[in-house]
Design a protein around this ligand. Sequence first.
Ligand SMILES: *[C@@H]1O[C@H](CO)[C@@H](O)[C@H](O)[C@H]1NC(C)=O
Ligand SMILES: *[C@@H]1O[C@H](CO)[C@@H](O)[C@H](O)[C@H]1NC(C)=O
Ligand SMILES: [Zn+2]
Length: 474
Amino acid sequence: MIKIVFLLNAVTLVRCVLPRCEPGNYFQGWCKVAVEPKPKCTDVVLGYCDDMSYSKTLFPNLLEHKTREEAELSTEYLLLSVIHSLLNGECNPDIRMLGCSVLAPRCDNGKIIKPCRSSCELVQKSCAHAFEGIDMAWPYFLDCDRFFVSEEEGCYDPLEGLREMQEMVMPSVSPEEPSTAIKFAYHSNTQMFNILKKTAAQCLHISRTYSIGRSVEGEDLLVIEFSSNPGAHELLEPEVRYIGNMHGNEVMGRELLIYLAQYLCSEYLLGNIRIQTLVNTTRIHILPSMNPDGYELASADMQSGSDTDYDEVAQPRANSIGRANAQNIDLNRNFPDLTSIFYNRRRFKRNRSDHIPIPTSYWFGKVAPESYAVMKWMRSIPFVISANLHGGDLVVSYPYDLSKHPLENMFSPTPDEQVFSKLARTYADARATMSNDDMSRCGGTFGDKGGIVNGAKWYSIAGGELRGHNCQFN
Ligand SMILES: *[C@@H]1O[C@H](CO)[C@@H](O)[C@H](O)[C@H]1NC(C)=O
Ligand SMILES: *[C@@H]1O[C@H](CO)[C@@H](O)[C@H](O)[C@H]1NC(C)=O
Ligand SMILES: [Zn+2]
């Protein structure tokens, strides 16, 4: 085998070295015109260009970038990523789509189709004032004469996807509001990983993804981070953590966190001052799925249709398919019960409530890799606040979760009660449905409490839930 490969290489070499073919050489078989592999259209994978009306492109592109990587690292692509904020959202997404038609031009049957000069000229005309406003010249790579062609030469309209989109959403969305276009659909694990990685790539200067470990079935527990300096803790910069989908069948939190990541990225780029300030002054870590295996089970179960008689008012069943991890461990009962230790200590007037070490006995029990990964994560980053998103009721539940009375669910505040209840209150009040006092509304169990509750008062969990662990650990 190896020999044959060598041989072929040698022949190829000879062919390349031959300076030129004389007519006679053809008969000796020397001069078969070297067959270059036919150029093949590839997928448009540039994050900023994923809403173009076509899906195939070809490298080298119109700017002679030979690979996707080269295009991504180019100053032209960088400009596309900041142009909305430069232009204060004006002229967008037109200008970006124009740029994409040069950086990731359309490819049909192995051939690049150039964008239309007329579209370019229209955009240039309508955007002129925005560029004048910031004293910036029209970008050279959007030169309508150089990179764009006329209808006769067979061009396409790079904004055609936009027109379709606008026709679809126009009736309901006011055009002044620069908003983030988000597709609402459930995401498989693979889709979720792709979106997170793509989002981090789009926001390279403020974002990255990293894995805190693997699930039982070997799926990454993938986190996306946002901060002015991704990957580094800066002194006094608050570390914030969001976890979703700890119960694999509770998918709302997972989806919300995927959207949150996309929202933070795109709003930052759009120049949203509030989001920029947030990202510039905090470090936000988002783990949309702590239980990807459970999610797989739950979604397979949904697809097989066995849950069609789901009763909305039913209590969450402890054995609901996909709630637990692949070892059938409920991850929200799998953390060390530090609250009990705190209660015990208090009896002996040793009432320190933070930095309680994990008791050795905990490690004798079954520790799920997912819980372990989260504990390790908490040890490596000094988080100051975190939220876990569950499904089941519409309420902000704050610690403790274990009642101080062993036999009764009762109000059991932490030493930081004022902070926790204020945070819960702020969150709930910002959501009209959550703070609405109508008990008969959907998820209205806590309507009379304004949508917040002390966990232990709701139902005491005898140890092991992440939140209790969390507030005594940090
Ligand atoms: C956030 O930080 C970036 C980079 O330092 C800066 O360009 C931007 O203006 C800042 N935004 C706000 C609102 O402070
Ligand atoms: C510990 O408890 C005692 C008595 O309940 C109280 O006076 C003291 O302030 C507490 N200390 C801390 C640090 O909470
Ligand atoms: Zn849950």
